[in-house]
Ligand binder design. Structure first.
Ligand code: ZN
Length: 381
């Protein structure tokens, strides 16, 4: 077993608040205590220690795709995001042929069973052609509960979330089916009205897929899905905080309205995250990444992001002006709770997995620990 480690001297963000000159003791893979202790000490004065990040919506990174890649590709993408503080990631598939998606889900399910990923998110194919974003229009279809069921089954108990346009025929029945199977029904890539969105929430939808993006804008006479998703206490809203998908004022509006308990920061990252500019594929569609912004070659629609959660964290504090403790909830605790993993991850508490991130005073990432082992050792940086 690895020696007991004590991280000392940092400001540590605990569920009960931030402790100056805090200590986190790690024994094996778990957090043993967050109080004083005698053991090997890692001096982290002038730093922050926060829980490892949890990404609910992520299509790949490091040049590798969760959507079309092999198991080896997926592990490469997972590792890339770990280097940026994401210690738990759900692999998101984009719209594809149903047989292809089922096959990909089978492969991803094995990785989930091994603990490499935290399950599968199906984004499409049951989404609106009016708000398709970077999804192949020719492969979109109305939600059919029988087909939804096939994808759930293909994921062997590892389906965690499905994004769908709930206003389409079969949408509400599909939401009910997902909820019955313990799969999060997420409203997204939708052209629904305010009223239609409320019906989806009543049917069991609990997440808004990248709020604001790929849905009608907020109007004062036609408030649309955004107002419904923000005001209903049962819903957690995903936000892509890369500075391209959302203006800081829109982000703050959502954050303040929903409150820190109902926001989840996600990357919606594609293969170029943690890799670089160039040409990529997102499912069957070609994407050009320039200056870190991914757009479809045809039509120019934004095609996912190149965001990593360390940048989302830093931006939230330094650009958006959000309190550190609120950002920790949005980037770790809330997504962990949505995944039903909050007994093991999402906060720094004794008994939980030793998944944590070390940030410097400017909120730049300096260290990452997953299950008690350094992915990045802050003493080497
Ligand atoms: Zn996505």
């Amino acid at each position: 077993m690895a020696p007991t480690k004590v991280l000392a001297g940092a400001r540590v963000v605990l569920p009960t608040g931030t402790v100056d000159d805090g200590r986190v003791t790690v024994e094996g893979t778990r957090i043993a205590s967050t109080g004083p202790e005698n053991a090997e000490t890692v001096d982290l004065s002038g730093h922050w220690v926060v829980p490892g990040f949890v990404d609910l919506h992520n299509h790949g990174g490091g040049g590798a795709s969760f959507t079309g890649g092999t198991a080896e590709d997926v592990l490469k993408g997972v590792h890339t995001h770990r280097l940026h503080g994401t210690t738990t990631v759900v692999a998101s598939a984009v719209t594809g042929d149903l047989h292809f998606l089922a096959r990909q889900a089978g492969m991803l399910a094995e990785l989930a069973q091994q603990g490499d990923i935290a399950g599968i998110h199906f984004e499409g194919p049951f989404i609106s052609p009016c708000r398709k974003g970077a999804h192949d229009e020719g492969l979109l279809r109305d939600p059919d509960p029988a087909e939804v069921r096939k994808l759930i089954d293909a994921a062997h108990g590892q389906a965690r979330m499905m994004t769908l346009a709930t206003e389409l025929p079969g949408g509400l029945d599909s939401v009910r089916l997902l909820a019955e199977h313990g799969v999060i029904a997420a409203v997204g890539h939708t052209d629904a009205t305010y009223e239609q969105t409320l019906r989806a929430i009543d049917a069991g939808a609990t997440v808004a897929t990248h709020l604001f993006n790929a849905m009608p804008p907020l109007g004062h006479r036609a408030p649309g899905p955004i107002a419904a998703l923000l005001e209903d206490e049962r819903v957690t809203v995903e936000l892509i905080n890369d500075g391209t998908h959302l203006h800081p004022a829109a982000l703050r509006l959502a954050f303040h309205h929903a409150g820190a308990a109902r926001v989840a920061f996600v990357t919606d990252a594609m293969d170029a995250a943690g890799f670089g500019d160039g040409r990529y594929m997102l499912g069957p569609l070609e994407v050009e990444v320039a200056d870190g912004v991914a757009r479809l070659v045809e039509g120019g629609s934004i095609a996912g992001s190149t965001l990593t959660l360390d940048r989302a964290f830093q931006r939230a504090v330094t650009v958006d002006g959000l309190p550190v403790e609120d950002v920790v909830r949005a980037i770790s605790a809330n997504p962990a709770r949505l995944l039903g993993l909050d007994d093991r991850i999402g906060s720094l508490e004794p008994g939980k997995d030793a998944d944590l991130v070390v940030l410097d005073a400017d909120f730049a990432l300096k260290g990452v620990m997953r299950r008690g082992e350094w992915v990045i050792d802050p003493r080497l940086g």
